[in-house]
Design a protein around this ligand. Structure first.
Ligand code: PLP
Length: 419
């Protein structure tokens, strides 16, 4: 056996056995006198000790403000913050750190693009194309800018499996389309969208594409150059990093054209009362003191994920998804919402006779944490004519035993309801 193969087997075994749970202090607790089974990583993943330690070390030894000081602590803080930017660039294969803007999260990244690129490029009558699968974060900012400018928001529909109707893409992409904004993976259904194909078809018409990578960043190797997207955004807290930090990757030629969307310190070149000139990207878009510790924590999270290997995490989660789909399908009255051919790490479902919110509460008493609601994707719920779903979503620390616990808790819930 070659050394590479041996290490692959070892990591896959460790993933399958749940050995990585030991890295996550929060997972060591009991909820409702039962070991916690965390199946809500789609909303936010838990943090390994190395991320917590990196942030603690920074606050204990290196904290000061970045970019403005000559003293030792400021230089250390600046170095660590900019090193985190390099880690992000490497993680998503951005051509340069200049293409990586730190923001608070996916929501802020999309608002930045809508308010800077969108507001400066769109004119009345232009069109922005999104899809029927989007999280509210990739709907509302576009709706707001379209309303302001008199542009039109168009929506690529989905089919009953929760897949994009690509057969309608050419009809919806018109000479008026300026921007396509699409989720890489649907948070409500788990559908993996063919974003590279969408980028290709949009680019053929000169249309700029933003990919919302909030759900793909922890589950798939991202290469923004291979995807050829113009913008890619994600949140640190969904990839085992802290809250309050996220990333907007932008094609440098576009970032250069874009006006700042917030003014303040750090984003300027020269300020006089008559006129201000702005810094180059990425600092042009990072007004004020940034989330320094959070950026450092994100860097540590990306190191952690890279050390395990996204290919192995993806293979492990694929096995979990297949097992969960089979096991859940055997529960009487259970209907899976979202049956796309390509899915990742998310199972949304309904259990006949029990409202998803009641189900969430009953499962919590069994130590099983799932999410119930519309998942900030109300149009998806409207499409399926349902108010909400229960959703189990997986991370690298989950195991088939966790899925067994979910299924056992579902059987218990049915019994409680006399079903
Ligand atoms: N887009 C998708 C697909 C998401 O799943 C989420 C969060 O669940 C977001 C955007 C918004 O992310 P955040 O709340 O971290 O800004």
């Amino acid at each position: 056996m070659q050394a590479g193969t041996a290490s692959l087997v070892t990591t896959m075994d460790r993933l399958a056995s749940g050995a990585f749970k030991a890295d996550f202090p929060i997972l060591q607790q009991q909820v409702g006198n039962k070991p916690l089974v965390y199946l809500d990583s789609g909303a936010s993943s838990q943090k390994p000790q190395v991320v917590i330690d990196a942030m603690t070390k920074y606050y204990c030894h290196d904290h000061s403000n970045v970019h403005r000081g000559v003293h030792t602590l400021s230089q250390r803080a600046t170095h660590a913050y900019e090193q985190a930017r390099q880690k992000v660039a490497d993680f998503i294969n951005a051509p340069s750190t200049d293409d990586v803007v730190f923001v608070r999260g996916t929501t802020e990244a999309i608002n930045l693009v809508a308010n800077s690129y969108g507001a400066s490029q769109l004119q009345a009558g232009d069109e922005v194309l999104i899809t029927a699968l989007e999280h509210h974060a990739n709907i509302v900012p576009w709706q707001m800018v379209c309303e302001r400018i008199g542009a039109r928001l168009r929506v690529l529909p989905i089919n009953d499996c929760g897949e994009l109707r690509l057969d309608q893409l050419d009809a919806l992409l018109s000479s008026r389309t300026r921007i396509v904004a699409v989720a890489h993976i649907s948070n409500a259904l788990g559908t993996v969208n063919p974003v590279a194909q969408i980028v290709e078809r949009a680019h053929a018409l000169g249309v700029v594409v933003l990919v919302d990578g909030a759900q793909s960043i922890p589950h798939a190797k991202i290469d923004v150059q291979a995807l050829d997207c113009d913008f890619f955004c994600f949140s640190g807290h969904k990839v085992y990093g802290p809250t309050g930090i996220g990333v907007l990757y932008g094609r440098q030629s576009l970032l250069q054209q874009m006006p700042p969307w917030q003014g303040g310190g750090d984003m300027i070149r020269v300020v006089t009362f008559e006129k201000t000139t702005y810094a180059d990207p990425p600092l042009r878009f990072e007004a004020g003191t940034p989330d320094i510790a959070e950026a450092i924590g994100l860097g540590a999270a990306l190191d952690y994920v890279s050390a395990i290997g996204l290919d192995k995490i993806a293979a492990h989660e694929k096995a979990l998804l297949e097992y969960a789909t089979a096991q859940l399908s055997s529960v009487p009255g259970l209907r899976i919402i979202g049956t796309a051919a390509h899915k990742a790490a998310v199972v949304s479902f309904l259990l006949k006779g029990i409202h998803p919110h009641d189900l969430g509460t009953i499962l919590d008493a069994e130590g099983v944490a799932i999410r119930a609601g519309h998942h900030c994707a109300m149009p998806v719920m409207q499409f399926f004519s349902i108010p909400a779903t229960a959703r189990a979503s997986f991370g690298l620390y989950n195991t088939m035993t966790d899925i067994d616990a979910l299924v056992a808790a579902l059987h218990k819930a049915r019994k409680l309801f006399g079903l």
